[in-house]
Design a protein around this ligand. Structure first.
Ligand code: NAD
Length: 469
């Protein structure tokens, strides 16, 4: 075994073709040895991952605070406990998930054994983004390990404190022969992707997703792309406006708006907007106080580049609530914009920051047409006291996931698949879906050697076969 599982390009021997090829060669050797296949091995690794989350919790909280100014409570519910829940769900169900699935048969295979074998893919790669740098790296990892693969994890270099805790901590919990963390940004990842992987799981932006897909195509590597998009949030005229506002404000401003399933914009009629605005204001004030900058519960943009991009979006429409910024602290106040036009940047690009534009339409039909005209987002939301309205939005639009009368809550269920559609990506995970993602469903039929007379029907010569024509 090599001395450490953590690797930067500089560690490789001079003259090797690719800086990661040596490490990948040893991971492939471990894969071929069959070490990762037994259920006991997989469970041991998952238990170790659970211990990492427990024992490094305070380091992780500290890192998340440094990277994104996340509060400990938010870090616990949206990252550490969320990930631990996936570890436990998987440990509790792995025996049944791994079992061969016996399938129905036809006349010709009546006496045989037909089943789906749950095979691992081999050596898989997980690339994760900065915004939930623990869950988005480790939840796919749970499934990859559970399915019996060797894994290379490439955390985001942008959330650098969390990257450090993962890079320094994980290798002492997980088997260094079958697991490696690779650090670095676009340059290193490009080099890494020159190597052949058996599966790639990518979470990040659409543009980088296309780059990953192109790299995967070179090796015909299957992949999952978990991308972003503009998630609409329809608010109906018949609504408990304060409850709706509380839920929208929470889901939008969590992690300073850097949540892939946050409501990107509210879409509603002018009458609804007038009723919703004071309720949004009230919720924002109750959650973050009169100066959100002082609130320990409101985060920051991850870096200056992000800050610049999001601040530029404030030029769209009119600021109705918030709008204050402080570059030295990557701070943008929780903000609501009104009078935004479809052509303006805030309605064109994914906001991914604490700005909530309210886009007005005449009625529900126009809202549905507007949503349908655009790329299918990762999530869609609809608020109404009338369940028919909620169902209409569900029935006539498309999105990765949907939640009626709340925000984000659909993704807290391990029983529901999480993933995009169209430009918001493809593939799904969480709970058993993660295990399935990293599993090849191998069609298997076991026949006996006897009863040859039954087979003569399909052997040539066919000359005397009567097809009833
Ligand atoms: P990003 O695409 O910039 O980076 C994601 C990962 O790709 C990082 O590990 C990064 O190092 C790597 N990368 C960046 N450029 C690369 C290149 N040229 N070649 C190879 N690898 C490269 O994403 P981000 O800014 O970290 O995250 C924000 C985006 O992710 C948003 O669009 C958001 O919607 C999306 N997102 C989606 C989900 C989801 O579950 N669908 C979850 C979180 C975030």
């Amino acid at each position: 075994a090599e001395p450490a599982a953590t690797e930067g390009p500089g560690r490789e021997r001079a003259g090797s073709m690719n800086p990661y090829s040596g490490r990948l060669k040893s991971l492939r050797a471990a894969w071929l040895s069959g070490k990762t296949r037994p259920i006991e091995y997989r469970k041991k690794q998952l238990e170790a991952l659970g211990r990492f989350l427990d024992e490094k919790k305070s380091d992780l909280f500290h890192a998340l605070h440094e990277d994104l100014r996340k509060s400990a409570f938010e870090s616990e519910i949206s990252e550490v406990a969320f990930t631990k829940n996936e570890v436990m769900e998987t440990l509790n169900n792995l025996d049944s998930w791994m079992k061969d699935e016996y399938m129905s048969k036809n006349l010709a295979t009546k006496f045989d054994c037909a089943f789906i074998r749950k095979d691992p893919f081999g050596v898989v790669l997980i690339i994760s983004p900065y915004n939930y740098p623990i869950g988005l790296a480790l939840i796919p990892l749970v499934g990859a390990i559970a399915a019996g693969n060797c894994v290379v994890l490439k955390p985001s270099e942008i959330s650098s404190s969390t990257e450090r805790v993962l890079t320094e901590g994980l290798p002492s919990y997980l088997d260094p022969e079958t697991f490696a963390v690779v650090t670095g940004g676009p340059e290193e990842t490009t080099k890494l992707l020159e190597n052949k992987f058996d599966y790639i799981f990518f979470t990040g932006s659409r543009n980088v997703g296309k780059i990953i897909m192109t790299a995967a195509a070179k090796h015909v590597t299957p992949l999952t792309l978990e991308l972003g998009g503009k998630n609409p949030c329809y608010v109906d005229e018949s609504c408990d406006f304060q409850n709706a506002a509380n839920r929208i404000v929470w889901g939008k401003f969590l992690n300073a708006g850097q949540t892939c399933v946050a409501p990107d914009y509210v879409i509603c009629s002018i009458t609804t907007r007038e009723k919703l605005m004071p309720c949004l204001q009230k919720a924002m004030h109750e959650f973050y106080g009169s100066n959100p900058r002082e609130s320990p519960d409101f985060g920051r943009l991850v870096n200056n580049r992000s800050f610049q991009r999001v601040r530029a979006l404030l030029k769209s429409g009119q600021v109705a609530i918030g709008g204050e910024t402080d570059e030295s602290d990557c701070y943008i106040a929780p903000t609501v914009l009104v009078d935004v036009k479809e052509s303006e940047p805030v309605m064109q690009e994914e906001v991914f920051g604490p700005i909530l534009p309210i886009f007005t339409v005449a009625d529900l039909d126009e809202a549905i047409q507007f949503i349908k005209r655009r790329d299918p987002p990762l999530a869609a939301y609809a608020f109404s006291s009338n369940s028919k309205v909620v169902n209409q939005v569900l029935d006539f639009t498309s999105s990765g996931g949907f939640c009626g009368n709340d925000i984000l809550m659909h993704m807290t269920l391990v029983s529901l698949p999480f993933g995009g559609v169209g430009y918001s990506g493809f593939g799904k995970y969480h709970g058993k879906f993660t295990f399935d993602t990293f599993t090849h469903y191998r069609a298997s039929l076991l026949r006996g050697m006897g009863m040859e007379s039954l087979n003569t029907l399909r052997y040539p010569p066919y000359a005397n076969r009567n097809l009833g024509l």
